[in-house]
Structures are given as structure tokens and as C-alpha cells.
Design a protein around this ligand. Sequence first.
Ligand code: AMP
Ligand code: MG
Length: 487
Amino acid sequence: MSDTALSAVTLEARFANQLEELAVPWRAEDVPRPELLALNEPLAAELGLDPDFLRSPDGLRLLTGNAVPPGATPVAQAYSGHQFGWYSPRLGDGRALLLGELRHADGGLRDLHLKGSGRTPFARGGDGRAVVGPMLREYVVSEAMHALGIPTTRSLAVVGTGRAVQRETVLPGALLARIAGSHVRVGTFQFARAGGDVELVRRLADYAIQRHYPDVAGAENPYLAMFQAVISAQAALVARWMLVGFVHGVMNTDNMAISGETIDYGPCAFMEAFNPAAVYSSIDEAGRYAYRNQPVVAEWNLARLAESMLPLLHEDEQKAVDLAVESLGGFQRQYSAAWSAGLNAKLGLREETNDADASPLTDDLLALIQESPVDFTSFFRNLGKAARGEAEPARRMVLDLTAFDAWTERWLALGPDAELMDSVNPAYIPRNHLVEEALAAATEGDLKPFAELLAVVTDPFNERPGLERYAEGAPGDFGPYRTFCGT
Ligand code: AMP
Ligand code: MG
């Protein structure tokens, strides 16, 4: 019966078959005592996977890569990457596997990918494993991002392995089953290009076009059009991060997806006090990936993509460079437009608002909230109340009341739309202290705080009574917050 269920799962092997040079067929490490810690039932349903099957012993074998349906070819994917600016020619899935592609209810394909599934030929010194805390962290943050409407990989399940994993201390092992538009990264293009086989780069680009940008296939120069589509997707994505105060933390080129989805949640964090220089990752000492640097870094990463794609852009190298540079010039423009439009929406200013009115208003507000500084998320949420005539919750957050009152008068004169504000300014984000609290409990075997936090942050715009604790900033004795890559 359950055997039938496993064979009923259709897992394609398109990446494995079409891009063999970038895919090492591999098997997941044996997980003798799997325990389901989190299962995303709505997502499972969208993927045509029966949640009851996924809970069954065979379902758990699938979620740990210990059994795959006939025809599936799990692979470790090869990629390179610039890590903090330094090029590593050979990164790849050191502890991850692409099990294959599933058909989503929307008609598109999705990767089913495991993280923590054991050592692969790309493991270098790593143990190939992952632990409960960071995998549940990726689960809750990625699902919160999705609920915020931000393109992201999704989390299907976290399965405890029953293994003790050595980190700074001994921690319980776990695996994350992740769903993505694809796992093609800027670093995948870098790896293909570094091998010197232009036809491989072309096949990779064709694959990316087919998966993510089918509309560009008919363009006069499809590869240039694809590059431009990736620029647009990343400009839009990073603007969305900035508008909710998300700091990715490790924007290496191997952690940037061609699909335009947020990928590889490691030392990420949501900013609380508004601070353009905010950085949380313990290893990002120079602040390369600080909040305010994210747009510039995205553009830098896209330049690395351009280098990898140059031979596809034009046969004449100088012309190819010119095309790439001209296209890259569009990033800043598109990013700024997305950021301004998003900020206007956060202030309830309708699209028809004159930019000459809106722009100084938003600039002045950002200066005001940086100076105080205020909690980014709750301040904007409280401004929605101010648009309804209740200025006090926002007002009492700032230091310079005279400046706030003057600003508010100018803003209210533009007739802000409170409903629009509440639809873009979340009441709930995965606050760092609550995430840590939930993960600490989960590591000790208590999953209740995790489940509660997940329920709150996956319905972020709907403010509910009784959840005040989730809307508040960290207590004074929490922090400064540091996140770690040692996941
Ligand atoms: P990340 O920081 O998660 O983006 O990973 C960077 C690189 O290190 C990738 O090639 C990962 O596959 C690899 N890696 C991270 N942790 C481990 C581990 N525990 N075992 C093997 N490889 C790892
Ligand atoms: Mg990564």
C-alpha cells in the first residue's frame, strides 16, 4: 500500500539528465530513525503529495532521500561562487541533494531538494549534516517570507534524523526538504563558464529560460533577454527585502538564485531598530552584506553572472561586454523604482501621488526613524493607525516629537490609505528573540513554541488580539543579536 504511494510520486530528473556535467548522481545518507518535526501540508497538497503518505514510513524515506520513486536520479549539484568577494571554484552541494522535479498545481516544475542529507563529493571538510535549530529556522523564516509575498524557496518538511551531530556542542541532527523554482544559482553559471565549455553554459541558460523565463525564448537575443529578466527579478526581490527589513546575511554568488527567489537562509535576520548599517552575521566583520549594501551586492553578483554568460550575449567580446554593461545599468533604476513604489505603499500613498510630494516625505521619515531609532516593523504598522486618526502609537516611538508632528501633518495632507498600509506593513515578522526561543525549545524536544510562531508569522498582515508579544521588539536584555553560519 505505502509502496504504491511512493511509486505514485512522479519525480522528474530533468536537471540530472540535461545538465549531466553539473550533476553528480548521489545517495542520501541512511536515516534509521526519522522523526517528522514539521510538515507543510498546504504546500504538499499544491505539489500533489498526500500529507498522510508523507507521514508514513515510506513518506519519511522519501523526505530523507532514503527511498525515491522509480526513474528519479538524486544528484549533488556543482557550483562555484564568490564568498565575501573571494572566488571559490568548487563549492557545490556538500550536504544537499536535488532529488528531482515535481509538478506544482500551477503547472510549473519545482525542485525537491534536501539539505543535511550526508556528505557528497563536494563536502570538503564538512560532515554533510544539518541540525534541528537551523533547519527549523530556514523553515519558519522562508514560510514567513512567502506569507509576506516575497519570492522564496519553500519549506516542505523538517525531519529529525535521530543522530547526534557535533557542532560547538552536540546537537540533534535534522534534514530540510526544500522546494524551489530551481536551484540554478549565479554560481552554477560561474562553474559552467569556468570549465570553458560554452555549449554547457548555453545548455544551462536554455534550462534556466525553460524553467523561469519562457517568454524570452522568442526574443531576438534570448540570452541577453534572460540576463535582463534576472536583473529585473533580483531588483524586485532585493527591494522587497529592504521594505521589510530583511538582511540575508550571506549574499555570496552561490546563494543567489537565477529564479529570483530568496535562497539559502543562513545567518539572516529581520532588522528591528532601523539602522542602514545593520549586520547580524558573526562572520561578516566588514559588513559587506549589511542591510544598506544589499542592492549594491546584488548588482555586483549580477556582474559575475554577466561574465559567465558573455559568450552567449554576443560573438564579439567587446559587443558582449557593452550589452552586459548597458543591461546592468538597468538594475539601479529598477531597484530604485521598486523601492520608492514600495515605500510609498508603506506610507499609504496611492500610485498617482506626485513624486515631488512623496519623495521628500519618505526621505524625511527615514532620517527621523533612523535618528530615534524606532522598530522598523511596528513603526510602519503603527503609522497605519495614525492614518486612521490615532497618531499616538507611532508618535510615542520617536524622540523628536516636533519633527514627527510636522512630518505627520504633511503626510496626512496627502490622504494616506490605511488599508493599503495594513496590506503591506506586516504586524508580525519572525523576530529574532522569538525565533531563538522557539529553536531552543525545539532543540530540547518541545515543538510547541515553533508551531505557534509559525502560525503567527505565516499570517503576517492580519493583526489578532492576544498576539501582542509577537508584535513587540526584543526585550532590552536581548542582543546585540549575532547569527552564525555554522549551520
Ligand atoms: P552555505 O554557507 O550553506 O551557503 O554553504 C556553502 C558551501 O558549504 C556549500 O558548498 C555547502 O554545500 C557547503 N557546506 C555547508 N555546510 C556543510 C556541511 N556540514 N557539510 C558539507 N558541506 C557543507
Ligand atoms: Mg549556500
